[in-house]
Design a protein around this ligand. Structure first.
Ligand SMILES: [Zn+2]
Length: 411
């Protein structure tokens, strides 16, 4: 009964003129849809078989040619169900212990990971901005099964799924260049719509190095999708919506001449410096809770002392505990991270004790802190309290959070 079999069967793949069945993008979401629609079997290109076999409740048959499909349907050579190879453990991520002499930066990525805060790193070339950003995903909890399938499906459609890793289990890291087009950053393309770097960073980290070099329009475009957690891309061929709950890390040099020696060797005019920094203000920067200025690494190393830097495993343990405490406190609000707490709750149910806030209130009165800035200080202070094992932020936590706000870059 080949006809009946064909009715039940879903065939995926690209057919070559020679009859070869070639791999395609987007196999995982297609197979998920087929399984949901009640199809018992799917035939996929052999190269996509491990990816397809991630889906429960549907039998995967792997083929290399059309001839194999025909022989199977005719009952001449029946294909066996494809068994997925064990998902290999991902290669160890870059370790935070490798970042020597940057205690300020290491502290910043720990806080960002614990509270889910977007992070802005300012500092001279060689201060370790990229190294620090690359280590943030390793501090985040691994993806649970649902999240892993979501992230893998996006990379499957984008065509960026590594052939040796059918399932992505770690938070992804995406670092588009400042010359990237809007389509490369957000999504688009001709023909089949491809998710951009923002979507590929879903449940992971989107790193924009040399942020002031990105066109302002591009930066402003990111704000709304980041707030909503999803982006809809429309083309003549149709539209597609992808999730994009990514954590943002922005990095910038202190000025356009980017002197590694710091301010003393800067050759920029005051106007050039002002113009450069003005590119760092606006609706996107307004969403960044943590703004940290990294000292040049030689001085930082000295300030750091000679202690061995903590490893990713040690810091990730603190991050996990802090996240658990925050999630428990926020239970019932629909939120899990301090970065998500709206101002309304920070002034109500989650207001730090009045006595702790004295320093921040004075900054507010002086005009050194905006009302939104005041909220951001409180969000960060809650994360600092969670990391320190305190039930509420004290004056110390408010002071440290203020120090991460009142920077001369993009204050
Ligand atoms: Zn300069």
């Amino acid at each position: 009964m080949p006809g009946e079999a064909i009715d039940q069967l879903v065939l995926l793949g690209e057919l070559g003129l020679d009859g070869a069945v070639r791999p395609i993008r987007g196999v995982l979401p297609s197979v998920l849809a087929a399984a949901r629609a009640g199809h018992p079997q799917v035939v996929v290109p052999a190269a996509n078989a491990d990816e397809a076999a991630l889906v429960e409740g549907i039998e995967v048959l792997a083929v290399r040619s059309l001839e194999e499909v025909v022989a199977h349907l005719a009952g001449r050579r029946v294909l066996a169900r494809h068994e997925r190879a064990a998902v290999p453990a991902p290669a160890p991520a870059a370790d935070l212990g490798d970042v020597v002499g940057q205690s300020v930066g290491r502290r910043a990525v720990e806080i960002a990971a614990a509270g889910g805060h977007h992070l802005f790193l300012a500092g001279p070339p060689g201060a370790g901005k990229t190294m620090l950003a690359e280590r943030l995903p390793g501090l985040l909890p691994p993806l649970d099964e649902q999240a892993a399938l979501e992230v893998t499906a996006i990379h499957s459609i984008a065509g960026t799924l590594p052939s040796d890793a059918p399932l992505l289990t770690r938070p992804p890291f995406e670092a588009p260049h400042h010359s990237a087009t809007m389509a490369a950053l957000v999504g688009g393309g001709s023909g089949q719509i491809r998710p951009g770097a923002l979507c590929r960073a879903h449940r992971g980290v989107l790193f924009l190095d040399e942020t002031p070099e990105f066109p302002r329009a591009v930066l402003d475009t990111l704000r709304q999708p980041l707030e909503r957690g999803e982006v809809t891309i429309s083309r003549a061929s149709g539209s597609a919506t992808f999730p994009c709950r990514a954590q943002l890390v922005l990095a910038a040099n202190p000025c356009p001449c980017a002197s590694a020696a710091g301010d003393a060797a800067c050759t920029c005019s005051p106007l050039e410096r002002r113009r450069y920094r003005s590119r760092l203000s606006g609706p996107l920067l307004d969403r960044i809770d943590l703004r940290v200025e990294l000292p040049p690494v030689t001085r930082a190393a000295w300030l750091d002392g000679l202690g061995e830097p903590e490893s990713t495993a040690v810091v990730a343990g603190r991050v996990r505990r802090a996240r658990a405490v925050a999630a428990q406190r926020l239970a019932g609000t629909g939120l899990t991270l301090n970065s998500q707490v709206p101002g309304r709750l920070l002034r109500g149910r989650f207001a730090p004790p009045r006595a702790s806030l004295a320093l921040a209130e004075r900054a507010l009165e002086r005009g050194a802190l905006s009302v939104r800035g005041f909220d951001r200080v409180q969000r960060v202070a809650w994360t600092l309290a969670d990391l320190a094992g305190r039930t509420v932020p004290g004056a110390d936590e408010i002071a440290e959070a203020l120090g991460m706000r009142l920077q001369r870059v993009a204050a």
